[in-house]
Ligand binder design. Sequence first.
Ligand SMILES: Cc1ncc(COP(=O)(O)O)c(C=O)c1O
Length: 164
Amino acid sequence: MAARSADTIAGVEEMVGGSPVVLAPSTSLGHLGALPVLVGDEDAVLYDIQVHASVQGALPELRLRGVPCEAVRHNRLDRLEERIAVLARKHARVFYLCDGIYSMHGDVLDVQGLYGLLDRQPSLFAYVDDAHGASWSVRFGAPSDEPTSSRVIVSAERTQTAFK
Ligand SMILES: Cc1ncc(COP(=O)(O)O)c(C=O)c1O
């Protein structure tokens, strides 16, 4: 079984162009497993107020550890940048949690804007729940055709995308 899992992971890593991959039985369990490991005690978290509930489900554990977790108005990258600038003075890294395509209204992340922010704000890391978007429009399930940044973590959902 272990060898088979390793093969599966290697296969998916190849599909996504060599980026490291973690597999989880569901998207929600992926968030609950990944976010407490990715986010350190010295970090801060900003999240889009409409990010999927399964992402927000990981926040109580982070808050219990003393990690500040603040909501940002929906898709307002200008507000996001203001808060990153403030939080980056005291925190090693600032994570932004968002969706690639939002479940309620089907509106999308401003991917170009996010990459601009990543360029300007070196402490920013983006965690994108792309359950509805991965593999929908772009090869390998990347969130856009922009170059992949090692500071972008994408959560992809096998059953809701072209992977199925
Ligand atoms: C954007 C988004 N993220 C996460 C989930 C949860 O997925 P799962 O049922 O695999 O935990 C859903 C469910 O529809 C979703 O729409």
